[in-house]
Ligand binder design. Structure first.
Ligand code: GUN
Ligand code: ZN
Length: 428
């Protein structure tokens, strides 16, 4: 296979800029990424790579910015069609919009239609990896993994489990079927191509203790798998969780007591945490996922970015609770929510959240999320002047951070000039 040399501006992060400083981010105004067999083989100044690889096939993106493809660490692909549904808070939103829509995924044809539509929307928005919830139906997982496999995407997903009478009867499994179906899907899909199975209890209010224990047992049998769930999203949800688990010390304890707290745990939202919960999550090296457009759209609250000092934190759309498929819109919302808590997130921190930090939350920090040799060549190419409003703001920029920030704040799919998945361009 011929080497490909992709030219443009590049921003290469050696690691978390919050820990390493901006000096650990290398900007090349005339940079290049060499792709060989789906991976990044080299990155550096364009003139050097051109010289060293004269036979490579060149694609020149001019002044556009090449970054790692965005990584969405928490989403619900079955909620694609109900995004932007009006006027409810979490529990009513689930009952009014989400559960009736998720019921439709018993139909494999509908599941594959939405899975394909969803992944195409992600690629149109520059997102190359997602960790998605499915529905209770095994066929919803089959549809999702098949659609991701066809697109050669790195993707993570699991069957959402709910067996409690707090969930509607038409959308319930059992403790045993959740274990059996999750296990069968895990054995069939985990590690196939670029796919990973994620054990997925929806959240403790819709599971019985028996179901949480069964999924805790499954996780103990497959500890290399991630486990994803929701934690402390809204205050009335927290009160509900505690009322259903009266012996629990706090919301996290409803998971901890059943073997669902661990280093490969991924806890979405995590807005209203108590000190013991933060301590335990940090002790276990668990990861949190910040879902800023969802947290404002459903009215959940303001995530504390200061938690990054103690915990791995990824960034996510949480569609359809989140109001956008775009990780640019998600970064903008993260910026605004941090501002409301008195913190101005640097553009480097925002870009890292959507790439390297989300990769680390998903335990994929050695595979995706960085422009570095040996990393998988999932790339997004950003037009930093995609609209007149963005172009006029960016035209005043004195450095790359000022040049990229208007796109972070005002950009959407129009800013996505090209997306590479495993080294292959997704557009003509
Ligand atoms: N908590 C439990 N299920 C969900 C969901 O589908 N979306 C959000 N935002 N929160 C949840
Ligand atoms: Zn969610």
């Amino acid at each position: 296979m011929t080497d490909q040399l992709i030219l443009g501006q590049t921003l290469a992060f050696a690691g978390d800029p919050a820990a390493l400083g901006l000096g650990a981010v290398r900007h090349e105004a005339h940079g290049a990424v060499l792709i060989r067999a789906g991976k990044i083989a080299a990155i550096g100044p364009a003139h050097m790579l051109r010289q060293n690889h004269p036979a490579a096939q060149i694609t020149d993106h001019g002044a556009k910015l090449i970054l790692p493809g965005f990584i969405d660490a928490h989403a619900h692909y079955p909620q694609t069609a109900i995004i932007a549904s009006w006027g409810k808070r979490l529990i009513d939103w689930l009952n009014s919009y989400t559960f009736p829509e998720e019921a439709r995924f018993s139909d494999p044809a509908y599941a594959s239609q939405i899975a394909g539509r969803y992944l195409d929307l992600l690629l149109a928005n520059g997102t190359t990896t997602v960790a998605s919830y499915c529905t209770i139906h095994p066929q919803s997982v089959e549809a999702f993994f098949t659609a991701a496999q066809t697109r050669k995407m790195r993707a993570l997903a699991g069957k959402t489990c709910m067996d409690r009478d707090t969930a509607p009867a038409y959308l319930r499994d059992t403790a045993q079927s959740a274990y059996d179906d999750s296990r069968a899907l895990l054995l069939r899909w985990h590690g196939v191509d670029r796919l990973s199975y994620v054990i997925t209890p929806r959240f403790s209010p819709t599971s019985t203790p028996a179901q949480l224990a069964a999924l805790g047992a499954l996780w103990a049998e497959h500890p290399d798998c991630l486990m994803q769930t929701h934690l402390s999203e809204q205050t009335d949800e927290i009160a509900w969780a505690k009322s259903l688990y009266p012996k629990a010390r706090d919301y996290l304890d409803t998971y901890e007591a059943y073997g669902l707290l661990g280093p490969n745990g991924l806890y979405g939202h995590a807005i209203h945490l108590e000190p013991r919960e933060i301590d335990r999550l940090a002790e276990m090296d668990a990861a949190l996922v910040h879902c800023p457009t969802s947290n404002s759209f459903i009215g959940s609250g303001l995530f504390d970015m200061g938690l990054r000092d103690r915990l791995r934190v990824g960034l996510a759309s949480d569609t359809g609770g989140g109001s956008s498929f775009s990780m640019l819109r998600t970064m903008a919302a993260a910026y605004e929510i941090a501002q409301l808590r008195g913190m101005a997130l640097h553009p480097a921190a925002l870009l890292w959240l959507a790439t390297g930090a989300s990769a680390a939350a998903l335990r994929l920090e050695n595979k995706i999320g960085r422009l570095a040799p040996e990393y998988e060549a999932d790339l997004v190419v950003l037009d930093l002047a995609a609209t007149p409003a963005i172009a006029q703001a960016a035209s005043r920029a004195e450095d790359i951070w000022q040049a990229v920030f208007p796109t972070i704040m005002m950009g959407d799919d129009r800013a996505i000039a090209q997306v590479y998945v495993a080294g292959r361009p997704t557009r003509a």
